[in-house]
Design a protein around this ligand. Structure first.
Ligand code: ASN
Ligand code: ZN
Length: 394
């Protein structure tokens, strides 16, 4: 028996570590549809030589490790919930899914799809559906459903990238690489880097994911296009991760994860709501450069996020009007030109910052024409917050 004096109070960290519960339970449905089926491998047991069982076991391990090592999450529900999988579900079953309590993997029909355990990101994708259900609870239809799907793709891809030790730049950003049967013309189920390009095949059809809001697909199929329009937030994540650089699971992944936990993210959130929160959280967790990268990523898929009251500028030009009022033009981190001017000469209030519509700075060295003014200062430091008396902006 231990004496009370020997018991030290546990630190928060030690407590979290002590209660981490990595417990994988692998079942085999033996090509029937009864769930969960027969228990064939439990945590810590040796490989079974059934490649589906063993790949699902490994994929869940890598997924658990990403969430626990990097985001300090204790399994699907953050309370150490068991990770349950059933493989060999049904006959030639062409899918994998999360049913609210466990993951299920089909063998594929061999004509269009191979076995669904073939790609580690598929295990990450399905398990992340469980994480989303236990956090934001995004409804599975229309935009919240496409966000739900996208979040599963994001963390599915991050599981793969981390297990391969790949930086954002090195990663293939494919979901389900290797899943398509021989003879199918395609490389994967989806591409986060280039949505709409994963396959184009007589049997499978063409990948119809949009990569921009202008191509948003309004449909009643697929629960309102949850696996279709997810291409838009997928591409935004890819762009943010590339712009930030390094390992995608570290900064970009953490911003997305913290946004998933953000109590302001409601079950009916739209793309814009999610985008706004990622930008805000990027600024809170990191710095203005990261915040700018995330805002620019969303802008490039057609979702504009208000970055701050005063734009963050990478280039500023100040000029004086004929009547003595100062005019300021700047190029924001989102590559839009902004303008403000003093309301009266010699100080006092400034007009609200306004983006100059349609003026993009691609290829432009200096901000737009400074009207009638005498240029008095130009700064081109990479990150400069413009001192601003005005409070409105983009
Ligand atoms: N594989 C699909 C998914 O995880 C299955 C489905 O649409 N329910 O989203
Ligand atoms: Zn899914």
């Amino acid at each position: 028996m231990q004496r009370a004096a020997q018991l030290k109070p546990m630190t928060q960290k030690a407590k979290a570590a002590a209660t981490l519960n990595k417990n994988r339970l692998m079942y085999n449905a033996n090509n029937l549809t009864d769930l969960p089926g027969k228990l064939v491998r439990t945590e810590g047991q040796a490989a079974t030589n059934d490649v589906d069982v063993d790949d699902a076991y490994a994929g869940f391990g890598a997924t658990f490790d990403l969430f626990s090592d990097i985001y300090k999450r204790n399994s699907i529900d953050d309370k150490g919930m068991d990770m349950i999988a059933t493989v060999h579900y049904d006959v030639r079953y062409n899918n994998a899914f999360w049913d609210g309590t466990q993951m299920v993997f089909g063998d594929g029909d061999g004509t269009i799809f191979k076995r669904f355990t073939i790609s580690i990101d598929i295990m990450g994708h399905e398990l992340t559906h469980g994480v989303t259900e236990h956090t934001a609870g995004l409804e599975y239809h229309d935009q919240p459903g496409a966000l739900n799907e996208s979040i599963s793709d994001v963390f599915g891809s991050l599981v793969k990238q981390r297990s391969l030790g790949q930086t954002a730049k090195q990663a293939d950003w494919l979901i389900g690489a290797g899943l398509l049967a021989d003879g199918i013309n395609g490389v994967a189920l989806r591409s986060m880097k280039a949505p709409g390009t994963a396959y184009d095949d007589f049997l499978l059809g063409k990948d119809n994911q949009p990569d921009h809001m202008s191509k948003y697909v309004d449909t009643t199929q697929d629960n309102g296009g949850v696996h279709i329009n997810s291409g838009i937030p997928n591409k935004a994540f890819y762009l943010a991760a590339i712009s930030i650089g390094g390992n995608a699971w570290e900064v970009a992944g953490n911003i997305w994860y913290q946004t998933l936990l953000d109590s302001r993210l409601t079950p009916t959130a739209q793309f814009q709501d999610f985008a706004n929160l990622t930008v805000e959280n990027a600024g809170k967790l990191y710095d203005d450069a990261v915040k700018g990268s995330v805002a620019k990523a969303w802008k490039d898929v057609g979702i504009n996020v208000r970055v701050s009251d005063a734009p963050l500028a990478k280039q500023i030009s100040v000029a004086q009007n004929k009547d003595g009022r100062l005019e300021v033009f700047c190029i924001g981190l989102d590559d839009t030109i902004y303008h403000s001017s003093q309301l009266s000469p010699g100080g006092g209030d400034w007009a609200a910052w306004k983006p100059l519509e349609g003026k993009k700075t691609d290829g432009v060295k200096k901000p737009g024409k400074v009207p009638q003014g005498q240029k008095i200062a130009v700064s081109s430091s990479s990150k400069k917050r413009i001192p601003s008396q005005s409070t409105n902006g983009l």
